[in-house]
Design a protein around this ligand. Sequence first.
Ligand code: ATP
Length: 297
Amino acid sequence: MFISEKAPAKINLTLDALYKRADGYHELEMVMTSVDLADRIDLLSIPSSAILLESSSGLVPQDEKNLAYMAANLLRKKMGIRRGVAIRIDKKVPVAAGLAGGSSDAAATLRGLNRLWGLGLSLRELAEIGSEIGSDVPYCVYGNTALAKGRGERLQVLPTPPACWVVLAKPTQGVSTADVFGALKVDKVKRRPKTSQMIDALYRQDYGAITRLMGNVLEPITMHMEPDVRKLKEKMYQFGADGVLMSGSGPTVFALVDRESRAKRMVNSLKGFCPQVFAVRMLGNLNKTKQNVIVQA
Ligand code: ATP
């Protein structure tokens, strides 16, 4: 039997770190939403009890360190499954980019194996298992738009933003999430996102307010480590973005634009400055066209 699952990238409309907890993690508050740039996870039943893994990208581990492998292994242990599986990852989401590509692969593997092995687990149960793999995995199990608190495991479903285009630009150098959080001093943060106002704006479907309220406390830190983040942000505004923000711990920067033609023009203008540029739809607005990724540089 064979099953395919989409593993979409996420962007942060907001990311706030409230304080550092006794366990060393930051208490976070993040509004996250999925975009139509996705890896594809193929899962194939095999006669042996092995977990085999293969990825189209050499930038991710091809063994038990891959988050999709870890997800399959953990699910098998928890559910007492002896069956094996061959996992193939068609990688489209940039790696170490702040887009939760690895977490989304793990979440898609959990959803897919739940079907392949007929386990009948709820999304809540899959998210709980996923939280042992990584902080963003519970959100990625549900996808769409949500407020995530704690390390990211406490979730509240939110309305999807109004139809718009998202231009994503990933500078060449990746950044380590651990390094960025390591450099964060929560008591020195100058500007925090107004999370509750962002939630109101989503309920009102107020696109203008959403673009104005976007904010990420990690952005100044990553900008310091990777100056291309600032340059890309400036260029995106110059090329007509309605709002621009770095996603997660970066270094990917995204722009929201209301029209496809403007998104396409922005991608063409950015190509010379950045090796990886995409214009995609916000997820939740998928039915209007089959061609959801319009440009992939
Ligand atoms: P996060 O913000 O959650 O750290 P990210 O989007 O910045 O995520 P990922 O693309 O998830 O970064 O990669 C983070 C690390 O995880 C990389 O060092 C990568 O080698 C490793 N990794 C393991 N499995 C995967 C996978 N399936 N896809 C991407 N990266 C993976």
